[in-house]
Design a protein around this ligand. Structure first.
Ligand code: NAD
Length: 252
């Protein structure tokens, strides 16, 4: 594998203080990119320090457009021209249709869906302009979920937000295709991160590969979609779920 596929590229990753977002940041840095880590949690500063001088941290709530605009305006010159945007930040949000409050529902939509909309729109305008000036087109990757298509009653708002994110991916891909800008999504299954507190028994009972995925396994597919190897892929979602979505019975 060419270790420096992203030499001289700038990747912006939301929700990168930990988990899958951090693994993506680590992967892009290891392949030569400069990376801007965006997170509401100031621990993102430590995460960026761990990654070395190519990484910067900007504190930002992706649910607030003004904060995104301010974060983008604060990108150092080295990180100002965004080639790769990964919309990863999300909140889980528990509650079924009977219990869910409007406030919780809106919060999930704001972070998980509107955040991706705002970041994509602001970065895509810049990518479009740069593409029109003859630069290589940028690319956007949204982190969906198997819950983009699989429903869970106790995660109604999360499922609604991730389902809509899939359609945002497809519609944005069509709008940006004339500029060569590709928009895709990755849909993880159960991944071992701090936020996933499910037991291995529960996960392996419904996962043919019989284990959690790792954040690095998600990051590898994100990197593939951002790379020239995926130059003819747009409007697509790749599920990285250990076979979960094709399962029609209990695995074990
Ligand atoms: N872990 C899984 O099993 C799993 C499964 C399917 C999909 N996903 C998706 O993968 C992505 C990452 O998941 P994870 O498990 O690494 O989650 P995580 O909770 O470990 O990390 C999410 C990060 O997003 C940040 N964040 C939350 N709200 C924010 C906001 N308003 N503004 C900016 N940053 C914010 C958090 O501070 C955190 O650093 C999410 O989109 C999630 O829905 C995860």
């Amino acid at each position: 594998m060419d270790k420096k596929r992203f030499h001289d590229k700038v990747a912006v990753i939301t929700g990168a203080a930990r988990g899958i977002g951090f693994a993506c940041a680590e992967r892009f840095i290891s392949e030569g990119a400069r990376v801007a880590l965006i997170d509401i949690d100031e621990k993102g500063a430590d995460a960026a320090r761990k990654l070395g001088s190519g990484a910067v941290f900007l504190k930002c709530d992706v649910g607030e457009r003004a904060q995104i605009e301010s974060a983008i305006a604060r990108f150092p010159k080295t990180h100002a021209d965004v080639d790769i945007l990964v919309n990863n930040a999300a909140v889980p949000c528990r509650g079924d249709i009977l219990a869910l409050t409007e406030e919780d529902f809106l919060h999930a939509l704001k972070v998980n869906l509107l955040g991706a909309f705002h970041f994509s729109q602001l970065c895509a305008r810049q990518m479009m302009q740069r593409a029109c000036e003859g630069n290589p087109p940028g690319t956007i990757i949204n982190i969906g979920s198997i819950n983009s298509v699989l429903a869970m009653p106790e995660a109604t708002a999360y499922c609604a937000s991730k389902g809509a994110l899939l359609q945002l991916t497809r519609a944005s891909a069509l709008a940006l295709a004339p500029y060569g800008i590709r928009v895709n999504a990755v849909g993880p299954g159960s991944v071992a991160t701090e936020r996933n507190t499910e037991s291995l028994g529960r996960v392996s009972a419904r996962t043919p590969l019989g284990r959690f995925g790792t954040p690095e396994e998600i990051a590898g597919v994100v990197a593939f979609l951002a790379s020239p190897d995926a130059a003819y892929i747009t409007g697509e979602i790749i599920y990285v779920d250990g076979g979960r979505l094709v399962l029609n019975y209990t695995a074990r």
